[in-house]
Design a protein around this ligand. Sequence first.
Ligand SMILES: [Zn+2]
Length: 451
Amino acid sequence: MRRASRKKNIRALFACVSVVTALPAWSWSDHASLVWPLLRTQPNLMEQTVKAEPLEQFLIAEQAGIAQTLESVETWSLNTIAHYPPTPQSLQWDPANEPTPARFFAAIRVNPTLPYRLYVDEPPAQSASGRTLMPWQSLSFLSGGNAQLATRYRSLAADDPVTIAEVIATASDEPDFGMDVGLFEDNGTAFGAVYGFGKTPFGNDNLDYGSQAPFHMGFYHLDWLTRMAQPDLLRTYPLWRIALFGELADLAFRTGHDYWGWRFLGWGLHYVGDLTQPYHTVPLPGVSTFDGLLLVARGKTGEAIQLVSNRHGVIESYQYRRLTRALVAGDWSAPLLLAVSAQQADTPQSYDVMVGELTAASVEAAAAFDAVIAANMPDRFVSDPGFEWTGSGYERGVVEHVLEQKGPVAIQRLDDAVILQLQRFSVVASRWIARGGRAWSDEQSEGRRNE
Ligand SMILES: [Zn+2]
Protein backbone atom coordinates (compact mmCIF):
# COMPACT_ATOMS: atom_id res chain seq x y z
CA MET A 1 0.00 0.00 0.00
CA ARG A 2 2.65 2.45 1.11
CA ARG A 3 4.81 1.62 -1.81
CA ALA A 4 1.89 2.11 -4.16
CA SER A 5 1.11 5.52 -2.82
CA ARG A 6 4.75 6.59 -2.89
CA LYS A 7 4.94 5.46 -6.49
CA LYS A 8 1.88 7.48 -7.25
CA ASN A 9 3.45 10.55 -5.73
CA ILE A 10 6.69 10.22 -7.60
CA ARG A 11 4.84 9.60 -10.80
CA ALA A 12 2.66 12.60 -10.30
CA LEU A 13 5.60 14.85 -9.57
CA PHE A 14 7.35 13.92 -12.76
CA ALA A 15 4.21 13.74 -14.75
CA CYS A 16 3.38 17.30 -13.87
CA VAL A 17 6.71 18.80 -14.74
CA SER A 18 5.43 20.41 -17.87
CA VAL A 19 1.73 20.17 -17.96
CA VAL A 20 1.88 23.68 -19.34
CA THR A 21 1.65 22.30 -22.84
CA ALA A 22 -1.06 20.52 -24.73
CA LEU A 23 -4.14 19.97 -22.66
CA PRO A 24 -6.93 20.32 -25.19
CA ALA A 25 -10.22 21.31 -23.65
CA TRP A 26 -12.98 20.58 -26.12
CA SER A 27 -14.00 17.85 -23.80
CA TRP A 28 -16.54 15.36 -25.09
CA SER A 29 -16.56 17.48 -28.25
CA ASP A 30 -20.16 18.53 -28.39
CA HIS A 31 -21.98 18.60 -25.06
CA ALA A 32 -25.41 19.01 -26.61
CA SER A 33 -25.33 15.64 -28.38
CA LEU A 34 -24.07 14.11 -25.16
CA VAL A 35 -27.14 15.15 -23.20
CA TRP A 36 -29.85 14.53 -25.83
CA PRO A 37 -30.28 10.81 -25.11
CA LEU A 38 -31.00 11.71 -21.49
CA LEU A 39 -33.37 14.59 -22.25
CA ARG A 40 -35.49 12.67 -24.71
CA THR A 41 -36.54 10.20 -22.01
CA GLN A 42 -38.09 13.05 -19.99
CA PRO A 43 -41.36 14.08 -21.68
CA ASN A 44 -41.86 17.13 -19.46
CA LEU A 45 -38.55 18.58 -20.69
CA MET A 46 -39.21 17.61 -24.31
CA GLU A 47 -42.73 19.02 -24.46
CA GLN A 48 -42.89 21.99 -22.10
CA THR A 49 -41.80 25.26 -23.61
CA VAL A 50 -40.52 28.49 -22.10
CA LYS A 51 -40.27 31.91 -23.73
CA ALA A 52 -36.86 33.13 -24.79
CA GLU A 53 -36.03 36.16 -22.67
CA PRO A 54 -33.32 38.72 -23.46
CA LEU A 55 -30.69 38.83 -20.74
CA GLU A 56 -31.25 42.58 -20.20
CA GLN A 57 -34.81 41.89 -19.14
CA PHE A 58 -33.73 39.40 -16.46
CA LEU A 59 -31.00 41.75 -15.22
CA ILE A 60 -33.35 44.74 -14.90
CA ALA A 61 -36.12 42.77 -13.20
CA GLU A 62 -33.88 40.94 -10.72
CA GLN A 63 -31.18 43.48 -10.03
CA ALA A 64 -31.46 43.16 -6.26
CA GLY A 65 -31.77 39.36 -6.26
CA ILE A 66 -28.65 39.06 -8.43
CA ALA A 67 -26.71 41.13 -5.91
CA GLN A 68 -27.75 38.82 -3.07
CA THR A 69 -27.09 35.66 -5.06
CA LEU A 70 -23.64 36.73 -6.23
CA GLU A 71 -22.72 37.85 -2.74
CA SER A 72 -23.67 34.52 -1.23
CA VAL A 73 -21.82 32.59 -3.97
CA GLU A 74 -18.77 34.76 -3.26
CA THR A 75 -18.90 34.02 0.47
CA TRP A 76 -19.45 30.32 -0.15
CA SER A 77 -16.56 30.20 -2.64
CA LEU A 78 -14.17 31.99 -0.28
CA ASN A 79 -15.06 29.50 2.46
CA THR A 80 -15.19 26.34 0.37
CA ILE A 81 -12.80 26.57 -2.56
CA ALA A 82 -9.11 26.60 -1.73
CA HIS A 83 -7.23 29.05 -3.96
CA TYR A 84 -10.43 30.88 -4.93
CA PRO A 85 -9.45 34.33 -6.23
CA PRO A 86 -11.95 36.84 -4.78
CA THR A 87 -13.99 38.98 -7.14
CA PRO A 88 -12.40 42.45 -7.15
CA GLN A 89 -14.66 44.99 -5.50
CA SER A 90 -14.89 47.17 -8.61
CA LEU A 91 -16.44 44.26 -10.56
CA GLN A 92 -19.06 43.33 -8.01
CA TRP A 93 -22.70 43.66 -9.02
CA ASP A 94 -23.96 46.76 -7.33
CA PRO A 95 -27.71 47.50 -7.40
CA ALA A 96 -26.83 51.21 -7.43
CA ASN A 97 -25.41 50.83 -10.95
CA GLU A 98 -27.32 50.46 -14.17
CA PRO A 99 -27.98 46.69 -14.65
CA THR A 100 -26.25 46.18 -18.00
CA PRO A 101 -25.04 42.91 -19.53
CA ALA A 102 -21.48 44.30 -19.52
CA ARG A 103 -21.65 44.79 -15.74
CA PHE A 104 -23.13 41.32 -15.30
CA PHE A 105 -20.40 39.64 -17.39
CA ALA A 106 -17.77 41.46 -15.34
CA ALA A 107 -19.43 40.44 -12.07
CA ILE A 108 -19.46 36.74 -13.06
CA ARG A 109 -16.07 37.11 -14.73
CA VAL A 110 -16.77 35.59 -18.15
CA ASN A 111 -15.45 36.72 -21.53
CA PRO A 112 -17.59 39.78 -22.34
CA THR A 113 -16.90 39.80 -26.08
CA LEU A 114 -19.21 36.88 -26.88
CA PRO A 115 -22.67 37.90 -28.12
CA TYR A 116 -24.59 35.54 -25.73
CA ARG A 117 -27.49 35.54 -28.20
CA LEU A 118 -30.89 33.91 -27.97
CA TYR A 119 -30.44 30.79 -30.12
CA VAL A 120 -31.01 27.07 -30.39
CA ASP A 121 -28.58 24.27 -31.20
CA GLU A 122 -30.90 22.02 -33.19
CA PRO A 123 -31.16 18.38 -32.05
CA PRO A 124 -29.11 16.05 -34.30
CA ALA A 125 -32.04 13.67 -34.80
CA GLN A 126 -34.31 16.46 -36.05
CA SER A 127 -34.55 17.05 -39.78
CA ALA A 128 -33.56 20.54 -40.90
CA SER A 129 -36.31 22.92 -39.83
CA GLY A 130 -36.08 25.03 -42.96
CA ARG A 131 -35.55 28.12 -40.86
CA THR A 132 -32.55 30.34 -41.41
CA LEU A 133 -29.46 29.04 -39.71
CA MET A 134 -26.77 31.13 -38.06
CA PRO A 135 -23.11 30.67 -38.91
CA TRP A 136 -20.82 29.57 -36.07
CA GLN A 137 -18.99 32.90 -36.40
CA SER A 138 -22.07 34.78 -35.22
CA LEU A 139 -21.90 32.92 -31.89
CA SER A 140 -18.20 32.73 -31.14
CA PHE A 141 -14.85 34.29 -31.90
CA LEU A 142 -13.17 30.86 -31.81
CA SER A 143 -12.38 28.89 -34.94
CA GLY A 144 -14.61 26.08 -33.65
CA GLY A 145 -14.18 22.33 -33.35
CA ASN A 146 -15.50 19.83 -35.91
CA ALA A 147 -18.60 19.31 -33.79
CA GLN A 148 -19.48 22.97 -33.53
CA LEU A 149 -18.92 23.58 -37.23
CA ALA A 150 -21.27 20.71 -38.08
CA THR A 151 -24.06 21.86 -35.78
CA ARG A 152 -27.16 23.75 -36.94
CA TYR A 153 -27.74 26.92 -34.94
CA ARG A 154 -31.00 28.80 -35.23
CA SER A 155 -31.70 32.30 -33.95
CA LEU A 156 -34.54 32.98 -31.49
CA ALA A 157 -36.43 36.24 -31.06
CA ALA A 158 -37.60 37.50 -27.65
CA ASP A 159 -40.67 35.55 -26.49
CA ASP A 160 -40.20 32.74 -29.03
CA PRO A 161 -41.26 29.46 -27.44
CA VAL A 162 -38.48 26.92 -27.02
CA THR A 163 -38.58 23.52 -25.34
CA ILE A 164 -36.79 23.14 -22.02
CA ALA A 165 -34.77 20.28 -23.50
CA GLU A 166 -33.54 22.56 -26.28
CA VAL A 167 -32.53 25.26 -23.82
CA ILE A 168 -30.57 22.79 -21.66
CA ALA A 169 -28.85 21.04 -24.56
CA THR A 170 -27.97 24.32 -26.28
CA ALA A 171 -26.65 25.98 -23.13
CA SER A 172 -24.64 22.91 -22.14
CA ASP A 173 -22.31 23.47 -25.09
CA GLU A 174 -22.04 27.23 -24.67
CA PRO A 175 -19.14 27.43 -22.17
CA ASP A 176 -16.94 26.01 -24.96
CA PHE A 177 -17.78 29.02 -27.16
CA GLY A 178 -15.11 31.12 -25.43
CA MET A 179 -16.83 32.10 -22.21
CA ASP A 180 -13.69 31.23 -20.23
CA VAL A 181 -11.12 32.30 -22.80
CA GLY A 182 -8.78 35.19 -22.05
CA LEU A 183 -9.63 35.56 -18.36
CA PHE A 184 -6.06 35.55 -16.99
CA GLU A 185 -3.92 38.64 -16.63
CA ASP A 186 -1.32 37.38 -19.10
CA ASN A 187 -3.84 36.60 -21.86
CA GLY A 188 -3.54 40.05 -23.39
CA THR A 189 -7.17 41.05 -22.82
CA ALA A 190 -8.44 44.18 -21.04
CA PHE A 191 -10.86 42.13 -18.90
CA GLY A 192 -8.27 39.46 -18.04
CA ALA A 193 -6.07 42.25 -16.68
CA VAL A 194 -8.69 43.15 -14.05
CA TYR A 195 -10.50 39.85 -13.28
CA GLY A 196 -8.11 38.87 -10.51
CA PHE A 197 -7.28 35.32 -11.69
CA GLY A 198 -3.55 36.02 -11.89
CA LYS A 199 -1.33 34.41 -14.51
CA THR A 200 -2.50 31.37 -16.54
CA PRO A 201 -1.69 28.33 -14.36
CA PHE A 202 -1.51 25.90 -17.32
CA GLY A 203 -2.95 25.42 -20.79
CA ASN A 204 -1.84 25.21 -24.37
CA ASP A 205 -0.91 28.57 -25.87
CA ASN A 206 -1.09 27.13 -29.38
CA LEU A 207 -4.85 26.68 -29.16
CA ASP A 208 -7.16 29.66 -29.47
CA TYR A 209 -9.19 28.26 -26.55
CA GLY A 210 -6.15 27.11 -24.53
CA SER A 211 -6.63 29.55 -21.66
CA GLN A 212 -10.03 28.08 -20.74
CA ALA A 213 -8.47 24.83 -19.50
CA PRO A 214 -8.25 25.79 -15.78
CA PHE A 215 -12.01 26.47 -15.79
CA HIS A 216 -12.90 23.18 -17.52
CA MET A 217 -10.48 20.83 -15.78
CA GLY A 218 -10.50 20.08 -12.08
CA PHE A 219 -7.43 18.53 -10.47
CA TYR A 220 -9.10 18.11 -7.09
CA HIS A 221 -7.37 14.89 -6.05
CA LEU A 222 -3.66 15.51 -6.43
CA ASP A 223 -1.38 13.96 -3.84
CA TRP A 224 0.60 16.09 -1.41
CA LEU A 225 3.87 15.94 -3.33
CA THR A 226 2.29 17.19 -6.53
CA ARG A 227 0.49 19.88 -4.60
CA MET A 228 3.79 21.06 -3.22
CA ALA A 229 5.77 20.72 -6.42
CA GLN A 230 3.11 22.04 -8.81
CA PRO A 231 0.80 24.37 -6.89
CA ASP A 232 -0.45 25.95 -10.11
CA LEU A 233 -2.36 22.75 -10.84
CA LEU A 234 -4.56 23.56 -7.84
CA ARG A 235 -5.82 26.71 -9.53
CA THR A 236 -8.76 25.10 -11.32
CA TYR A 237 -12.27 26.55 -11.13
CA PRO A 238 -15.05 24.29 -12.44
CA LEU A 239 -16.51 23.87 -8.92
CA TRP A 240 -16.90 27.64 -8.71
CA ARG A 241 -18.55 27.83 -12.13
CA ILE A 242 -20.93 25.00 -11.19
CA ALA A 243 -21.99 26.70 -7.93
CA LEU A 244 -22.27 30.11 -9.60
CA PHE A 245 -24.51 28.93 -12.43
CA GLY A 246 -26.47 26.60 -10.13
CA GLU A 247 -27.33 29.52 -7.83
CA LEU A 248 -28.16 31.88 -10.70
CA ALA A 249 -30.47 29.19 -12.09
CA ASP A 250 -32.21 28.89 -8.72
CA LEU A 251 -32.68 32.66 -8.58
CA ALA A 252 -34.10 32.75 -12.11
CA PHE A 253 -36.55 29.92 -11.37
CA ARG A 254 -37.64 31.47 -8.05
CA THR A 255 -38.43 34.75 -9.77
CA GLY A 256 -40.24 33.29 -12.81
CA HIS A 257 -37.47 33.71 -15.41
CA ASP A 258 -37.68 30.13 -16.59
CA TYR A 259 -35.69 30.56 -19.77
CA TRP A 260 -32.71 31.87 -17.81
CA GLY A 261 -33.22 29.22 -15.14
CA TRP A 262 -32.70 26.46 -17.70
CA ARG A 263 -29.98 28.30 -19.58
CA PHE A 264 -27.89 28.86 -16.43
CA LEU A 265 -28.51 25.25 -15.46
CA GLY A 266 -27.28 24.21 -18.90
CA TRP A 267 -24.13 26.31 -18.45
CA GLY A 268 -23.49 24.54 -15.15
CA LEU A 269 -24.11 21.16 -16.77
CA HIS A 270 -21.23 21.82 -19.16
CA TYR A 271 -18.69 21.78 -16.31
CA VAL A 272 -20.35 18.76 -14.71
CA GLY A 273 -19.92 16.97 -18.04
CA ASP A 274 -16.30 18.04 -18.38
CA LEU A 275 -15.45 16.60 -14.98
CA THR A 276 -16.74 13.14 -15.90
CA GLN A 277 -13.99 13.03 -18.53
CA PRO A 278 -10.98 11.30 -16.91
CA TYR A 279 -8.54 13.43 -18.93
CA HIS A 280 -10.02 16.51 -17.25
CA THR A 281 -9.27 15.36 -13.72
CA VAL A 282 -5.76 13.88 -13.96
CA PRO A 283 -2.86 15.73 -15.62
CA LEU A 284 -1.24 12.64 -17.17
CA PRO A 285 -3.24 9.43 -16.77
CA GLY A 286 -1.59 6.08 -17.31
CA VAL A 287 2.04 7.20 -17.00
CA SER A 288 3.69 4.67 -14.68
CA THR A 289 6.36 5.53 -12.13
CA PHE A 290 8.97 3.63 -14.06
CA ASP A 291 8.07 5.33 -17.30
CA GLY A 292 7.91 8.66 -15.52
CA LEU A 293 11.45 8.24 -14.19
CA LEU A 294 12.75 7.14 -17.56
CA LEU A 295 11.08 10.06 -19.25
CA VAL A 296 12.64 12.54 -16.89
CA ALA A 297 16.05 10.87 -17.15
CA ARG A 298 15.83 11.03 -20.94
CA GLY A 299 14.29 14.50 -21.00
CA LYS A 300 11.22 13.12 -22.76
CA THR A 301 8.41 14.43 -20.59
CA GLY A 302 7.17 16.48 -23.53
CA GLU A 303 6.66 13.29 -25.52
CA ALA A 304 4.50 11.81 -22.76
CA ILE A 305 2.37 14.95 -22.77
CA GLN A 306 1.96 14.74 -26.53
CA LEU A 307 0.72 11.15 -26.23
CA VAL A 308 -1.79 12.02 -23.53
CA SER A 309 -2.95 15.01 -25.51
CA ASN A 310 -3.44 12.81 -28.59
CA ARG A 311 -5.30 10.11 -26.65
CA HIS A 312 -7.56 12.74 -25.15
CA GLY A 313 -8.34 14.19 -28.57
CA VAL A 314 -8.74 10.82 -30.31
CA ILE A 315 -11.23 9.43 -27.81
CA GLU A 316 -13.30 12.61 -27.96
CA SER A 317 -13.48 12.43 -31.74
CA TYR A 318 -14.32 8.73 -31.52
CA GLN A 319 -17.12 9.08 -29.01
CA TYR A 320 -18.52 12.09 -30.88
CA ARG A 321 -18.65 10.11 -34.15
CA ARG A 322 -20.18 7.05 -32.47
CA LEU A 323 -22.77 9.07 -30.56
CA THR A 324 -23.87 11.33 -33.40
CA ARG A 325 -24.15 8.42 -35.83
CA ALA A 326 -26.64 6.75 -33.47
CA LEU A 327 -28.39 10.05 -32.72
CA VAL A 328 -28.86 11.04 -36.34
CA ALA A 329 -30.20 7.56 -37.10
CA GLY A 330 -32.49 7.82 -34.06
CA ASP A 331 -31.12 4.45 -32.94
CA TRP A 332 -32.20 4.87 -29.30
CA SER A 333 -31.44 1.27 -28.42
CA ALA A 334 -27.75 1.69 -29.36
CA PRO A 335 -25.73 0.77 -26.23
CA LEU A 336 -23.95 4.16 -26.27
CA LEU A 337 -27.23 6.06 -26.16
CA LEU A 338 -28.75 3.70 -23.61
CA ALA A 339 -25.76 4.35 -21.37
CA VAL A 340 -26.77 8.00 -21.19
CA SER A 341 -30.53 7.50 -21.01
CA ALA A 342 -30.81 4.61 -18.57
CA GLN A 343 -28.99 5.91 -15.50
CA GLN A 344 -31.34 8.44 -14.06
CA ALA A 345 -30.93 9.79 -10.56
CA ASP A 346 -32.43 12.75 -8.75
CA THR A 347 -31.04 12.80 -5.20
CA PRO A 348 -29.95 16.36 -4.35
CA GLN A 349 -26.28 16.90 -3.47
CA SER A 350 -24.27 19.93 -2.42
CA TYR A 351 -21.94 21.38 -5.04
CA ASP A 352 -18.71 20.43 -3.31
CA VAL A 353 -19.79 16.87 -2.45
CA MET A 354 -21.05 16.32 -5.97
CA VAL A 355 -17.85 17.60 -7.58
CA GLY A 356 -15.63 15.78 -5.05
CA GLU A 357 -17.29 12.42 -5.69
CA LEU A 358 -17.58 12.91 -9.41
CA THR A 359 -13.93 13.80 -9.90
CA ALA A 360 -12.76 11.02 -7.55
CA ALA A 361 -14.57 8.54 -9.79
CA SER A 362 -13.02 10.11 -12.90
CA VAL A 363 -9.54 9.87 -11.38
CA GLU A 364 -10.21 6.25 -10.47
CA ALA A 365 -11.23 5.47 -14.06
CA ALA A 366 -8.36 7.34 -15.75
CA ALA A 367 -5.55 4.76 -16.01
CA ALA A 368 -7.77 1.96 -17.31
CA PHE A 369 -9.48 4.30 -19.78
CA ASP A 370 -6.10 5.46 -21.07
CA ALA A 371 -4.89 1.85 -21.40
CA VAL A 372 -7.91 0.79 -23.49
CA ILE A 373 -7.35 3.76 -25.79
CA ALA A 374 -3.63 2.99 -26.13
CA ALA A 375 -4.33 -0.67 -26.97
CA ASN A 376 -7.24 -0.27 -29.34
CA MET A 377 -6.67 2.89 -31.34
CA PRO A 378 -4.36 2.89 -34.39
CA ASP A 379 -0.79 3.12 -33.02
CA ARG A 380 0.05 6.26 -34.90
CA PHE A 381 -2.79 8.19 -33.27
CA VAL A 382 -2.01 7.25 -29.69
CA SER A 383 1.57 5.98 -29.44
CA ASP A 384 3.61 8.23 -31.71
CA PRO A 385 4.86 11.33 -29.89
CA GLY A 386 5.84 12.87 -33.22
CA PHE A 387 2.20 12.94 -34.31
CA GLU A 388 -0.30 15.72 -33.57
CA TRP A 389 -3.94 14.60 -33.56
CA THR A 390 -5.54 18.04 -33.54
CA GLY A 391 -5.88 19.18 -37.13
CA SER A 392 -4.46 15.90 -38.50
CA GLY A 393 -7.47 15.42 -40.76
CA TYR A 394 -8.21 11.94 -39.38
CA GLU A 395 -11.00 13.07 -37.03
CA ARG A 396 -13.86 12.49 -39.43
CA GLY A 397 -12.85 8.94 -40.30
CA VAL A 398 -11.59 7.88 -36.90
CA VAL A 399 -14.06 4.99 -36.53
CA GLU A 400 -13.17 3.57 -39.97
CA HIS A 401 -9.47 3.82 -39.17
CA VAL A 402 -9.99 1.82 -35.98
CA LEU A 403 -11.98 -0.79 -37.86
CA GLU A 404 -9.37 -1.11 -40.60
CA GLN A 405 -6.34 -1.28 -38.38
CA LYS A 406 -7.60 -2.88 -35.18
CA GLY A 407 -10.77 -4.71 -36.20
CA PRO A 408 -14.30 -4.89 -34.80
CA VAL A 409 -13.11 -6.15 -31.43
CA ALA A 410 -11.35 -2.81 -30.88
CA ILE A 411 -14.59 -0.96 -31.59
CA GLN A 412 -16.31 -3.11 -29.01
CA ARG A 413 -13.64 -2.44 -26.38
CA LEU A 414 -13.56 1.29 -27.05
CA ASP A 415 -17.36 1.48 -26.93
CA ASP A 416 -17.36 -0.39 -23.62
CA ALA A 417 -14.80 2.03 -22.17
CA VAL A 418 -16.75 5.07 -23.37
CA ILE A 419 -20.00 3.56 -22.06
CA LEU A 420 -18.56 3.39 -18.53
CA GLN A 421 -17.84 7.12 -18.61
CA LEU A 422 -21.22 7.92 -20.20
CA GLN A 423 -23.01 6.00 -17.45
CA ARG A 424 -21.25 8.11 -14.85
CA PHE A 425 -22.16 11.25 -16.80
CA SER A 426 -25.78 10.18 -16.95
CA VAL A 427 -26.09 9.83 -13.18
CA VAL A 428 -24.62 13.26 -12.37
CA ALA A 429 -26.30 15.00 -15.29
CA SER A 430 -29.71 13.58 -14.26
CA ARG A 431 -29.16 14.80 -10.75
CA TRP A 432 -28.13 18.23 -12.00
CA ILE A 433 -31.12 18.60 -14.34
CA ALA A 434 -33.43 17.45 -11.52
CA ARG A 435 -32.45 20.67 -9.66
CA GLY A 436 -34.31 22.58 -12.35
CA GLY A 437 -37.25 20.18 -12.29
CA ARG A 438 -37.68 20.76 -8.55
CA ALA A 439 -37.45 24.53 -8.85
CA TRP A 440 -39.84 24.45 -11.80
CA SER A 441 -42.51 22.43 -10.03
CA ASP A 442 -42.22 24.47 -6.80
CA GLU A 443 -42.77 27.58 -8.82
CA GLN A 444 -45.71 26.05 -10.69
CA SER A 445 -47.39 24.88 -7.51
CA GLU A 446 -47.10 28.38 -6.12
CA GLY A 447 -48.84 29.57 -9.28
CA ARG A 448 -46.25 32.26 -9.86
CA ARG A 449 -46.17 31.58 -13.57
CA ASN A 450 -49.75 32.72 -14.04
CA GLU A 451 -49.50 35.96 -12.17
ZN1 LIG B 1 -15.46 22.44 -21.56
